[in-house]
Design a protein around this ligand. Sequence first.
Ligand SMILES: CC(C)(COP(=O)(O)OP(=O)(O)OC[C@H]1O[C@@H](n2cnc3c(N)ncnc32)[C@H](O)[C@@H]1OP(=O)(O)O)[C@@H](O)C(=O)NCCC(=O)NCCS
Length: 112
Amino acid sequence: MITLHQEGHVKSLHKAYIYAMYVHPEYRNKGVGRMLLATAIKRANLLGLKQINLSVVNSNLIAVELYKSCGFVQFGLETDAFMIGEKFYDLSYMTLDLKGAILPSVDPHKSR
Ligand SMILES: CC(C)(COP(=O)(O)OP(=O)(O)OC[C@H]1O[C@@H](n2cnc3c(N)ncnc32)[C@H](O)[C@@H]1OP(=O)(O)O)[C@@H](O)C(=O)NCCC(=O)NCCS
């Protein structure tokens, strides 16, 4: 699953936020996450949106690398954003500029 949420304020209607990207563990590493992300980006593009933002826990390297490979760049870092037990986690804020972006292509039948 993936959620693409368009901002509601009149001055922010050109932006969307991606959150709740999740692939069931049994189906991971088969290209599903990349396909979900590419579909959300294409949808945003079809809607005429200009920017997609998201946040991701820095140590979630699979997600961070997936976002980067689809053109997202980091624009902010919140240190110690989460505290779980005694451990702190940093949060990266990433953005994709859709103005003139080359949309990512995916092979939905990819399997490893
Ligand atoms: C992040 C997540 C959505 C990726 O979904 P997925 O279906 O496994 O992703 P894909 O199969 O499309 O793989 C995406 C890239 O990550 C890499 N990857 C996936 N699993 C990997 C693993 N276990 N080890 C190393 N790399 C991995 C793949 O190599 C792939 O890159 P490539 O296409 O260049 O080869 C999935 O791991 C997940 O649901 N994680 C838990 C929830 C989460 O962290 N969501 C993101 C919150 S911001």
